[in-house]
Ligand binder design. Structure first.
Ligand code: T4K
Length: 369
């Protein structure tokens, strides 16, 4: 068997010559950060690509979460999912907010709307769901609960770049949505992220907050932070935007090949595409039923590693099991049976735009042999 490592993902990189041209421009103007031309152009280009009215660029995908909570003045308790990357809950903690974990729906790995109401208390101010793996949450059900109790909804859409439902961007749901443009994502700016909002006033407020609260040279209107994206990464992002559709198509082909090969395998399940959804194929999670498959998830995971097929157990362990959150009442596994089961069974297979037919064959051989 070949020796090359097959990693869970691989970054989409812009053409070096094109990037050099942009770098030359930046070197000439010497304007390298603080809302420069590339920053402004990327915000416009993203609005167009994502079909959303307002985008504010950030330096990563965690700070938009923290900033959205600040901007909406969220306090008290927020209902969220334990089945995500730890940044989702950390953003609440950094704002002094108590996370309240609610179980997920096994069909999507997203917050189960049917379980949200029971977790609402007089201190609840918002819901922070995640479109896990880019699979859309049940945004209608979540919104109707939010409306009934007067709660805000902030979507962690870190995985959901370009995802649409019935032709409409998933980023339109809720009060705000956040994106991550980290190297490991479908669309990357090396490190980077964004907040998506619905109105100009909020966009302005967010732009102040990500620049220390400055609204002018000598006026500070809020206790802001510094989380701006610089010009070099904005230029890189403009180039990557030109090729992201092609990358998503390549990922789609990889997902099709995995599904075809794994569909009849006893003990392995995965998600099919949802009708009327434009997926981005950001991850390809499979779930291992040890009894039926004849091997536990970890046995398969380590076998893959031995063979240099580096899948990842996203999102194991659950956030609720980490030391910071373990003692919360809602972290008790008895309230989170679905999330616990899925976290114990999941492996995300290598999924990126550069996987070759022979790479895919190798991944499948290791799983199936
Ligand atoms: N909300 C959600 C739901 C998220 O998933 C994330 C981030 C956030 C919020 C926060 O967004 P950011 O602040 O990060 O923008 C990765 C990422 O660091 C993280 O962005 C991501 N989610 C999380 C799910 O995964 P690791 O520790 O698994 O990445 P790492 O370094 O092990 O890389 C995985 C593989 O990717 C490597 O084996 C090879 C490949 N890779 C990675 C990097 C960094 C490359 O080929 N090149 C690279 O430069 O966390």
């Amino acid at each position: 068997m070949e020796n090359k490592q097959i990693t869970v993902t691989s970054p989409l990189l812009p053409d070096r010559e094109e990037f050099n041209k942009f770098l030359q421009e930046i070197w000439e103007t010497k304007w390298i950060t603080n809302n420069g031309c590339f920053h402004q152009e990327l915000e416009r280009a993203l609005c167009k690509y994502l079909e959303v009215p307002y985008v504010s660029l950030f330096t990563n995908g965690t700070l938009p979460l923290i900033t959205a909570l600040q901007a909406l003045r969220i306090t008290g308790e927020v209902i969220t999912t334990p089945y995500s990357f730890v940044a989702t809950t950390h953003a609440l903690w950094w704002n002094g907010i108590k996370p309240v974990f609610v179980d997920i729906d096994s069909r999507t790995c997203n917050l189960d709307p049917e379980k949200i109401e029971a977790a609402i208390t007089p201190k609840t101010t918002a819901i922070m769901p995640v479109h896990c793996y880019g699979k859309p949450c049940d945004t209608k059900a979540i919104q109707s609960i939010a409306d009934k109790y007067g709660l805000k909804v902030i979507y962690d859409a870190a995985h959901a770049f370009g995802v649409k439902v019935d032709g409409e961007s998933i980023l339109e749901a809720g009060d705000m949505s956040t994106l991550s443009f980290h190297a490991t994502k479908v669309y990357n700016t090396i490190e980077g992220g964004a907040l998506v909002m619905h109105d100009e006033r909020t966009k302005k407020r967010i732009d102040y907050l990500k620049n220390f609260g400055f609204s002018g040279e000598t006026t500070v209107v809020a206790p802001g932070i510094n989380s701006k994206m610089d010009e070099v990464r904005a230029a890189y992002g403009l180039l990557n935007l030109r090729q992201v559709d092609q990358a998503i198509s390549s990922r789609h082909r990889v997902a099709d090949r995995y599904r075809e090969a794994l569909r009849e395998v006893d003990g392995i399940t995965f998600f099919d595409d949802i009708p009327r959804v434009r997926h981005n194929y950001s991850y390809f999670p499979i779930f291992i039923d040890a009894e039926k498959f004849g091997m536990t998830r970890d046995e398969l995971y380590f076998k893959m590693r031995e063979n240099k097929v580096l899948g990842r157990r996203y999102f194991y362990p659950l956030i609720s099991t980490f030391s910071t959150y373990r003692s919360l009442e809602s972290s008790n596994p008895k309230y989170l049976p679905v999330a616990t089961k899925m976290a114990d069974e999941v492996i995300c297979l290598p999924m990126h735009h550069e996987l070759s037919v022979s790479d895919i064959k190798r991944v499948l051989e290791v799983i199936l042999e």
